[in-house]
Design a protein around this ligand. Structure first.
Ligand SMILES: Cc1cc2nc3c(=O)[nH]c(=O)nc-3n(C[C@H](O)[C@H](O)[C@H](O)COP(=O)(O)O)c2cc1C
Length: 367
């Protein structure tokens, strides 16, 4: 039986262990939304993870919903990310870019020309985002027209291509946490009456078109997907049949043979048992005919839970979020069952090196 610390090959990616750094937004890309040398240092410090999934990265200016998050749609952004991938590869790590369109979780001040954010719906989410003026209510969105959806698909495909040009080992499509693709998936949000609304086959259409376009462009072996079937994050109320919806999505993905699916179990950053859901049913559908695809689990995993998940084959890899913020050497700490450092909640979003690149590895911590 493999252990958490054993190498694994999935898709085109060979990782030295089964510990994944979960995507973590840190809002340090600055007003140009371009990765900085400080960001390269941050990721390099965490390169002993088997796989790093970057912070969510907007595929277009319209896809942005928070201040100072990075993009992957300009030549400068591609060059900035190249510094990050070079730094991680220099330490023997693997890194994929999380592709993000926030949909309605945005504010007019973050949108091109102050336009309303776009979504499956024209109904505003009940939630806040982080702007130049601090936390503000998200804006009322505009429902995307049917004839605009091919542009969204093309922007995802181009962003994936850009990610490969920037040196990434692959991409993770952000299909989780109440952002654009989940705004189409869930019947609690999507109120469309066209071919992208109504039955689950229609609500899943945009996600499946996006994945097909990316796979056609960069290959399935470099393409993964993140899902959060029952999270209430960003005013994503429960779908009336979450199990049926996500079973369907995974069944439809099966012929694509994606490199990985990364599932958030329960409420993102909250209770794992927020709603009943059979994740094993998803995993078995994903594994059907796809022996090279990795099943990655996340949310509130401790060392013991992660070791057990891999040992029992419930998961191929386990992603850690918050522990990686304050423990750049998390893999070594888990290996030796060493204590974990606590994170500083005041320095999560925005700011400088403080609370970002100044968490020391274990051997340098004061006794
Ligand atoms: C500061 C912070 C930023 C996050 N940013 C993202 C993100 O950009 N994309 C994403 O899919 N999830 C994001 N998440 C969710 C984490 O990836 C992860 O699912 C969550 O923290 C639960 O895992 P954990 O218990 O190991 O921390 C973020 C979480 C935190 C705490």
């Amino acid at each position: 039986m493999p252990t958490l610390f054993d190498p694994i090959r999935f898709g085109d990616i060979a990782a030295t262990n089964r510990i994944v750094m979960a995507p973590l937004t840190r809002d340090r890309a600055g007003p140009a939304q371009t990765p900085t040398p400080l960001m390269a240092t941050y990721y390099e410090q965490r390169a002993t993870a088997g796989l790093i999934v970057t912070e969510a990265t907007q595929i277009s200016a319209e896809g942005q919903g928070y201040l100072d998050t990075p993009g992957i749609y300009s030549a400068e952004q591609v060059a900035g990310w190249r510094r990050v991938t070079d730094a991680v590869h220099g330490r023997g790590g693997k890194i994929v870019l999380q592709l993000w369109h926030v949909g309605r979780i945005s504010h007019v001040s973050l949108q091109p020309n102050g336009q309303p954010p776009v979504s499956s719906t024209a109904r505003r989410a009940n939630g806040k985002t982080f702007t130049a003026n601090g936390f503000e209510n998200v804006s009322v969105p505009r429902a995307l027209r049917l004839d605009e959806l091919p542009r969204i698909v093309a922007e995802y495909a181009l962003a994936a291509r850009n990610a490969i040009d920037a040196g990434f080992d692959g991409v993770e499509v952000h299909g989780a946490n109440g952002y654009l693709l989940e705004q189409f998936l869930r019947d609690s949000i999507n109120d469309r009456t066209d071919a992208y609304g109504g039955p689950k086959e229609n609500r899943a259409r945009l996600l499946l078109e996006v994945l097909n376009a990316i796979v056609a462009g960069i290959g399935a072996g470099r393409t993964g997907l993140r899902l959060s079937p029952v999270t209430p994050a960003n005013d994503a109320r429960q779908d009336s049949d979450a199990q049926g919806l996500f079973n369907y999505v995974i069944e439809q993905l099966s012929p694509l043979k994606l490199a990985f699916v990364h599932v958030i179990e329960g409420a993102t950053g909250g209770p794992r048992d927020v709603a009943p859901f059979d994740y094993a049913a998803l995993r078995s559908r994903f594994k059907q005919g796809n022996e090279y695809g990795a099943w990655i689990v996340n949310n509130g995993y401790t060392r013991a839970m992660a070791i057990a998940a891999v040992a029992s084959s419930a998961a191929d890899m386990v992603a850690f979020g918050k522990p990686f913020i304050s423990n750049p050497d998390l893999v070594e700490r888990l290996r030796h069952d060493a204590p974990l450092a606590a994170l500083n909640p005041d320095t999560l979003f925005g700011g400088s090196a403080r609370g970002y690149t100044d968490y020391p590895p274990l051997e340098l911590e004061p006794a």
